[in-house]
Write a protein that binds this ligand. Structure first.
Ligand code: FES
Length: 578
């Protein structure tokens, strides 16, 4: 039996799509009916639910349940939810590095939002690169959007120790390599480290970026720290479903939320969290989409005036589950209000200050107050000098204080392959005071700027008890790692930056307090080396890899593609379909 067709309202992208005249409109409605929806559904704001689920991304394993919760919320608020996939970037699975595809995921996000006739979108994200890609994609598409993260894993436990992914992957592997852990014990660690779904539960890149969504105002309060396994994560997703319908009707776009004030709020939170150095790449990439200037000096300025409040590994002692019980990201933001732009608008329709007005610290050991900070300065510093004319980053909160002022002899590795081949060679001429240097691991040289900046300590030094050395590279480092590690040296070696001119035996001086990184070699000698320098062979000659190499920007510009800078807002009404 055929129903009498309900008249479709002429509002929004979704309804315009169903209302198109003649064959196009007929096809849009008829094909949507094949999914089991009728005109009552088509008459509602269409909400896309972007699902980055993949079995090759363990951090997103529970997303089907979250999608159902978002859908429930959308239906409750009178919307019409339709789920759609984009590529998923599983940090653990992708080789050579998930960062190679962050921009591709951001393009996929932007273009699928643009191409499909939705009025608003809820983006599910969580693992290291999916959250930055979501931010970049929704910023450029500029359609009403809320991010919902998968949430952090629960704490791991082993023999009375709390384990964290993946700070303890590194720490315990170091002990295993040093001969302090048996094969059996190492196998037990494997079994006890990751005990729930969700993203890595120390303040690594995923926890950092997902926490920053709260400061940016692009997620609902609670998004940063509610564990993946907690039922409140499901309720958060349902609330996001309800709220996005209202946002679609209000026409509240990311460009109203992701302002320069919101970016400064995010940097302030980053510093008070002792967050990942990777945010110093992802936030400039987001800023590039928004037309906001975000020089590295701003990170340094904000870090100097922002105290470290979160006692979370790797800079502190606890993990994300503890942070949640201690009051969550909202409690930190509440403390930070004197340093924030509290009047910044958020997806709740309220200001950041209003969102966190009722939040308070439950456990002052985990979240310190502004008048009793863990450290008086934030965790990051930006270095400059003749070795890094465009800047370099150090997470000094997670470094050895004794090495933050250091002059030592360089031991140079020309590539990651060279490092792997020689680092544990017993004949390698290296001592504890030397400076390990890795070249050609940046955006172009990596390629993709892999997380190899935390060069392993040579085995023979490990056996002598050495656990930290000054290490310098143009690579990134996992936010879960720690040590006296200088990263993101720019320009990178593969494009001829001064890092490419360092030779074993040169003296290098690090002065973190003075924000300096100097190669102590005469200019004349450096000029001679520059004249003889040749770029390494390109890693790719075709396909996406070539596109990447041809268009990737350097770390201070966020490693985005040059042609992706800026926004191209989706129009309120869908374009006619041809
Ligand atoms: Fe996904 Fe660590 S593997 S956040």
């Amino acid at each position: 039996m055929t129903e009498i067709p309900e008249k479709l309202e002429d509002a929004g992208r979704g309804r315009a799509f169903f209302n198109e005249p003649d064959t196009a409109g007929l096809m849009h409605r008829a094909f949507t009916r094949s999914l089991g929806f009728d005109r009552t559904d088509m008459n509602r704001p269409m909400i896309g639910i972007l699902n980055t689920y993949s079995e090759m991304n363990n951090c997103h394993a529970h997303f089907p349940e979250l999608v159902e919760a978002v859908k429930r919320g959308v239906w409750q608020a009178g919307g019409f939810p339709l789920e759609f996939p984009t590529i998923s970037l599983g940090e653990i699975y992708l080789t050579p590095t998930s960062m190679l595809w962050r921009n591709l995921a951001a393009m996929d996000t932007e273009e699928m939002i643009r191409g499909n006739p939705m009025d608003g979108v809820v983006v599910l994200c969580g693992c290291d690169k999916t959250t930055p890609a979501a931010l970049m994609g929704v910023a450029s598409a500029d359609l009403p959007a809320i991010l919902v993260s998968g949430g952090p894993m629960l704490n791991g436990h082993w023999r009375g120790q709390t384990l964290g992914a993946c700070t303890d992957c590194r720490r315990l592997t170091t002990e295993y390599r040093a001969g302090n852990l048996s094969d059996e014990e190492y196998a037990e660690v494997e079994e006890n480290l990751v005990r729930s779904r969700g993203h890595c539960m120390v303040m690594g890149t995923a926890s950092t970026m997902n926490s920053l969504t709260e400061a940016l105002g692009i997620s609902l309060p609670g998004n940063g720290a509610i564990p993946a396994a907690d039922s409140r994560r499901i309720l958060l997703a349902e609330r996001a479903g309800r709220r996005i319908v209202a946002m679609a009707e209000e026409g509240m776009r990311p460009s109203q939320i992701l302002t320069s004030d919101a970016m400064e709020n995010a940097i302030t939170l980053l510093c008070s969290l002792g967050g990942s150095t990777n945010a110093v790449v992802h936030l400039p990439a987001l800023a590039g989409r928004l037309g906001v200037s975000l020089p590295l000096t701003l990170f340094d300025d904000i870090s100097r005036r922002t105290p470290l409040l979160a006692n979370v590994r790797p800079a502190g002692s606890f993990q994300m589950e503890d942070l949640f019980y201690a009051g969550g990201v909202s409690a930190i933001l509440h403390q930070l209000l004197p340093l924030l732009h509290g009047d910044a608008l958020t997806v709740t329709g309220r200001t950041l200050a209003e969102n966190v007005a009722q939040s308070s610290i439950v456990n002052p050991e985990v979240i310190h107050s502004l008048d009793r900070p863990l450290k008086t300065e934030g965790g990051l510093a930006i270095l400059r000098g003749n070795l890094a004319p465009s800047g370099a980053v150090i997470k000094h909160a997670a470094a050895s204080p004794a090495l933050l002022q250091h002059r030592g002899r360089a031991v140079v590795f020309h590539s990651f392959a060279d490092l792997q081949e020689r680092i544990d060679d017993p004949t390698l001429d290296v001592g504890p005071d030397d400076v390990l240097v890795l070249q050609n691991a940046g955006p172009v040289g990596g390629p993709g700027m892999p997380e190899v900046g935390n060069l392993p300590i040579p085995k023979k030094l490990l056996k002598q008890g050495v656990r930290d050395m000054v290490r310098i590279s143009d690579a990134r480092m996992s936010g879960t790692a720690l040590g006296t590690i200088v990263l993101h040296v720019a320009p990178e070696a593969a494009v001829g930056g001064p890092l490419s001119l360092v030779r074993t035996g040169d003296e290098i001086e690090l002065d973190a307090a003075g924000r300096r990184l100097e190669l102590c070699v005469e200019q004349e000698e450096l000029d001679r080396r520059r004249a003889a320098w040749r770029p390494p062979e390109a890693a790719y000659g075709r396909g996406y890899g070539k596109l990447f190499l041809d268009h990737v920007l350097q770390a201070p510009q966020g490693m985005d593609f040059d042609f992706l800078q800026g926004r191209d807002p989706v129009q309120a009404m869908a374009q006619p379909k041809f």
